[in-house]
Design a protein around this ligand. Structure first.
Ligand SMILES: *Cc1c(COP(=O)(O)O)cnc(C)c1O
Length: 377
């Protein structure tokens, strides 16, 4: 097929449900064109209802901003150490550095591709032995697969270290029936353009109570004290979500569960058509885990095969991408210590994310599968 003739198939593109524009129009009609208003309140309520478990949600301008505020609220500051899953997007780790703290990276486990509870405990013991107890743990539900909540939180509890749960990729995923985004002492969500639902750009901090939510909103709106003039006794940030983008979010919440089912359908389709090959492996859901399958990923048998598949897909105008490059391999973090078992490096070498949007059609999936089958032949 000629690249010009074939429709581009994206890895994960925005997918509107239909009512988003109505909420945005209403914001214009009523002149709520500001970082507050009925859509912001409504979107927060929708998320709180969806997440259950008494979740309190502060809508913010990005998931990265939410991580930044989350670390501040957990007391992380200059000179602290924060343990962070190595296999993740850089935004999980960057806010640690914003605060003058030091990320210490922890490798993944095979079963979930997320932070390994054993390596986590080894890291904590070693940091304490070296004289500094880590201030927080950033654990990530990568690609929508929950991390091993029970084991990770047991280690965290034993050493009394708070967990900042990075649920940017896992809205709609559950662990033993409980929604991801409600496990950490604080948790974050992302509504970037490529995520399971989008507000074009946006995020949220999920807190355990109303007081923490108010604190997050206070910090995200320039930390303005209660006075007629502008009075400040703390450093503030400009991280609040806009009432326009929140309108998109309200529309997206109406189709969230449908989007999860479409993403899971993508995964099942790939698995059904590719798993008879011994050269391709899929990550199964461990007992009690339900993944939103934000991205459908495969493990190939070698770097060479992975690159052959990626190249063949690119030639057919199909976007695919190697799995997240671990943070301990990133040149920006070469100074940081890491506790490693080889899993994340191995996954990075052989793994590939396939087109996974909730707006893909069966023809698109069929095109992806036939290109891959051609390479395997
Ligand atoms: C997308 C993402 C973020 C950052 O969210 P933004 O809204 O893009 O700032 C953080 N962590 C992970 C794992 C992500 O995938």
């Amino acid at each position: 097929m000629n690249i010009i003739d074939s429709k581009r198939i994206w890895l994960s593109s925005p997918h509107m449900g239909g009512t988003e524009q109505d909420f945005v129009n209403e914001a214009f009609r009523t002149n709520w064109v500001a970082p507050l208003g009925p859509n912001v309140d409504g979107f927060e309520k929708d998320l709180e209802t969806y997440l259950e478990n008494d979740a309190n949600v502060a809508a913010l301008s990005s998931g990265t901003g939410a991580l930044h505020l989350g670390l501040i609220m957990l007391g992380v500051s200059h000179g602290d150490e924060v343990l962070c899953q190595s296999m993740t997007f850089a935004a999980s780790a960057n806010p640690i550095v914003y605060l003058g703290a030091k990320p210490i990276f922890v490798d993944s486990e095979r079963d979930t591709w997320n932070i390994c509870p054993e390596q986590l405990e080894i890291a904590i013991k070693d940091r304490i032995a070296k004289g500094k107890k880590p201030k927080a743990i950033v654990a990530v539900h990568l690609y929508g697969m929950p991390y091993n909540v029970e084991a990770v939180h047991q280690v965290a509890k034993e050493y009394k270290i708070p967990v900042l749960e990075d649920s940017a990729e896992a809205l709609g995923s559950t662990y033993h029936g409980i929604k991801c985004g409600t496990f950490g002492d604080l948790a974050i969500l992302s509504f970037n353009g490529n995520k399971i639902i989008t507000t074009s750009g946006g995020g949220a901090l999920v807190t355990k109570n109303e007081e923490q939510k108010k604190r997050a909103i206070f910090l995200s709106t320039q930390a303005r004290d209660n006075a007629p003039h502008y009075e400040h006794s703390e450093i503030g940030y400009n991280y609040r979500m806009s009432n326009i983008t929140a309108g998109i979010g309200r529309g997206q919440m109406q189709v969230l569960d449908k989007h999860v089912s479409y993403r899971r359908r993508n995964f099942e389709f790939y698995k059904e058509h590719l798993s008879d090959s011994s050269e391709i492996k899929f990550l199964e859901e461990p007992n009690g885990m339900f993944s939103n399958r934000w991205l459908s990923c495969i493990e190939t048998t070698s770097y060479k095969l992975r690159e052959a598949i990626r190249g063949a897909l690119a030639k057919e105008n199909i976007e695919s991408r190697p799995l997240w490059k671990p943070m301990h391999l990133q040149s920006v973090f070469t100074e940081c210590d890491a506790y490693l078992n080889g899993v994340s490096e191995d996954l990075f070498e052989r793994g590939l994310c396939l087109p996974s949007g909730s707006n893909l059609e069966e023809d698109d999936l069929q095109r992806v599968v036939s290109v891959i089958k051609n390479v395997l032949r």
